[in-house]
Design a protein around this ligand. Sequence first.
Ligand code: HSE
Length: 305
Amino acid sequence: MTFVDGPVRVTVPATSANLGPGFDTLGLALDLRDHLEAEVIDSGLVVEVIGYGAGEVPLDERHLVVRAMRATFERLGLAPSGLRLSCTNAIPHARGLGSSSAAIVGGVWLARELLAGGHLLLDDAALLDIAARLEGHPDNVAPALLGGFVIAGQDADSSFFAVPGSVDPRVSAVVFIPSDPVSTEAARGLLPADVPHADAAANAGRAALMVAALSGRPEELLRATEDRLHQQYRRPAMPASLALVESLRAEGVPAVISGAGPTVLAFSDGVDSRASRALAEKCPDGWVTHSLAISGTGAAPADAR
Ligand code: HSE
């Protein structure tokens, strides 16, 4: 088995997981993308990071894209002589917008592209499996790989599934990104081991409603985004985010904590609509806001930058 000559490139979207009730299950790709480039070299490992993470993430074997590439090669019993990797990151880290999933999906994708005949050896299901095992849950990696809205989970035999759902073209998102990070590990550590049956039942109903709301009933998004399983428990780690979610919802805006937070995502009706512009004006001081389309495209080949 051989590696291809020359660099390969991929672009991977940000993602928002949970969407309120769909903890560890529902995810949506957003039009904010990292760009990665890799090639096989004679020896060693050379990693460059531009944008978010520059000067912060390790530029060695611990780099998440490198770990994902190695895991993919190892699944086929392979090891390249050396690797060069360049990452241009537009997705902020530790904010609940799927930066680690974008890195992992970018890594497994690049590794497949670097293998001659890689698509015959590893289909998208294999990439999802490697990526979800690295991340630990599939709700960000599935839409990062496939794009759009994805319902994902793990079966009793530990295999992962990812089923795309449809998104009404009227739906867009406005994200509000706090200046301080919250690690997913810390946010997961705040969750209780058990929840009341009534809360689980309520979330099951809202998650089902979410599928219908996103696919063609956006007027149901406020009701469909109600959550009783995770957001309130995480308040100590992100009180300002919970306060923003509550004030937006009180005004009738379908707002949620994005993934494990602390970013707040509000559903809207177009990237440059009057409602989205009005929402952006509610951005707290020191936070960053973006009005984003839902990205129907997951990981995809990219041009040179
Ligand atoms: N479903 C995950 C969580 C998303 O809320 O912890 C973060 O990766």
